[in-house]
Write a protein that binds this ligand. Structure first.
Ligand code: NAP
Length: 483
């Protein structure tokens, strides 16, 4: 496959203080659909990260003083530019991340929506004024930008995981250093260029790609000028960052791993549950924190659900993400493909049955066949570990209590999917699941207008919705003496 213009023209430097710089060394970015190298990207070092924070610190006072309407207009222009260039952004994303073009376009729309949403929130940062209940004075509150932030993003949604941090940070008046994932830096670098064009002033947004994330960001985590870290990624890395943040008492937002249960009750509309399952499982090739990880289905309908889901998954077209008609692209790299294979082998070794799929696809790139596993026994690792691939393990349950216990039997708590037509049961289960989000008769919860986030080992903090901007604001209280 020849290199598309969207890839050949993408910036590859460090973006610091509104300028592009080359680092001393580079690292390669590859196409997971072929295993071929796409570009070499500047490899940021600790000194580059410090330079980026210097620029962010310098830009902070003027940015905080910029009228909210102006910050909102910049975000609105950014939404417009992303929308106008959706095709080019989507192709670039597909080439470095693998997902199909249709999925990449959906991500560009979703990612841009955070800019539109927070352009509207920028002008609604309000405080309150109240009388002291005891009389004699007044209480005034105001919200102010937290200050320079470090934003660390994963590879699975190269734009959306960035815009849902960058959008509220810009709206709130914070400056930032962004560390994109090593596997997918090109989309973020292209976005930085676009944001500058939309009017983001120099120093407000800085981007430092790096092949040594821990070493590169450690000095920033210890720098007292940094005020916040917002991280999306795995739970172990989140814990490391929490330790570092505690030494510097940074404000912290953590969007971590998931292990979403998908519950189908015997009163559910099974065809709707299967459609919801395909979305919740197969979106982003299964490489999503909100991917349905395990399917718990009422015994009376388990066979019907499993057969229908397998029929749908078996017909999905696997191929290079940029090929027309592809529905399932490659996994991000060989390690991820091998981990998925290992989890499937562990399950089948313990007695699970592959109704469709069950193995990696031979040839170039890192493909795994859409897979449905039936009769998955309790001890199988795939029920406990995040799969991050196109594999749906199905188990059955008897009572509602058992379903809830299965759903909650995990350290994670990001999202749960529940399919039932019984309103009372829907509400009981939605209240009973220990998660930050619930998909009730739907396989899609992501929405820029909604508060996205988890509990337990899935982290804390919310991105999107009216709540998302609060993560980037400090609350100040003023006691007013009144004679
Ligand atoms: P990851 O390995 O934790 O990496 C995430 C980001 O952290 C990358 O930019 C990575 O850089 C960086 N990083 C790695 N080690 C670091 C360290 N010691 N200090 C600072 N930064 C470090 O996660 P991933 O494999 O990219 O992403 C998949 C995980 O993200 C899954 O667990 C998924 O559930 C989770 N996720 C959660 C959400 C959510 O909203 N809850 C959304 C999407 C994904 P490198 O790229 O250089 O390693």
């Amino acid at each position: 496959m020849s290199t598309p213009q969207a890839v050949a023209s993408a910036p590859t430097g460090l973006f610091i203080g509104g300028e592009w710089r080359d680092a001393e060394t580079t690292f390669p970015v590859e196409d997971p659909g072929t295993g071929q190298q796409l570009r070499e990207v500047s490899d940021g070092q600790p000194a580059d990260a410090e330079a980026a924070l210097d620029a962010a610190v310098q830009a902070q006072p003027a940015w905080a003083a910029t009228p909210a309407r102006e910050r909102g207009e910049i975000l609105r222009r950014s939404w417009q530019l992303m929308t106008d260039r959706a095709d080019e952004l989507a192709l670039l994303m597909t080439m470095e991340m693998g997902k199909s073009l249709a999925e990449s376009k959906a991500e560009v729309t979703y990612a841009a929506e955070f800019f539109r949403w927070f352009s509207e929130e920028a002008v609604r940062i309000e405080g309150r004024y109240a009388a002291n209940p005891a009389g004699g004075s007044r209480l005034l509150t105001m919200k102010q930008p937290v200050g320079p932030c470090l934003l660390i993003t994963p590879w699975n949604f190269p734009l959306a995981m960035g815009t849902r941090k960058i959008g509220p940070a810009i709206a709130a008046g914070c400056t930032m250093v962004v560390k994109p994932a090593q596997l997918t830096p090109l989309s973020m670098l292209r976005l930085a260029e676009l944001l500058a064009e939309a009017g983001v002033p120099p120093g407000v947004l800085n981007v430092v790609p790096s092949s040594s994330a821990g070493k590169t960001v450690a000095p920033l985590m210890a720098d007292p000028r940094l005020r916040k870290v917002s991280f999306t990624g795995s739970t172990p890395v989140g814990k490391t960052l929490m330790e570092q943040a505690s030494a510097n008492l940074l404000r912290v937002s953590m969007e971590l791993g998931g292990n979403a249960p998908f519950l189908v009750f015997d009163d559910a509309d099974i065809d709707a549950a299967v459609e919801g399952a395909v979305i919740a499982k197969m979106r982003n090739n299964g490489e999503s924190c909100v991917a349905a990880n395990r399917f718990h289905v009422a015994a009376a309908v388990a066979e019907e659900f499993t057969a229908k889901l397998a029929d749908r998954m078996a017909t999905m077209k696997v191929g290079h993400g940029a090929e027309p008609g592809t529905e399932v692209g490659p996994l991000i790299d060989a390690d991820q493909r091998d981990k998925v294979a290992e989890l499937v082998e562990d399950a089948t070794g313990r007695g699970a049955r592959a109704v469709t799929g069950g193995s990696a696809v031979d040839g170039d790139g890192y493909f795994f066949a859409p897979t449905v596993l039936a009769d998955v026994p309790d001890g199988a690792r795939i029920l406990r570990e995040e799969v991050f691939g196109p594999v749906a393990p199905v188990t059955s349950f008897g009572s509602e209590e058992e379903a809830l216990a299965l759903a909650n039997g995990t350290e994670f708590g990001l999202v749960a999917y529940v399919f039932t037509r019984d309103l009372g049961r829907a509400l009981r289960v939605a209240e009973g699941v220990e998660t930050g989000m619930v998909g009730l008769n739907t396989g899609l919860v992501s929405n820029a207008a909604a508060p996205f986030g988890g509990v337990k080992a899935s982290g804390f903090g919310r991105e999107g919705g009216a709540e998302g901007i609060a993560e980037y604001l400090n609350l100040k209280y003023v006691a007013l003496a009144v004679d």
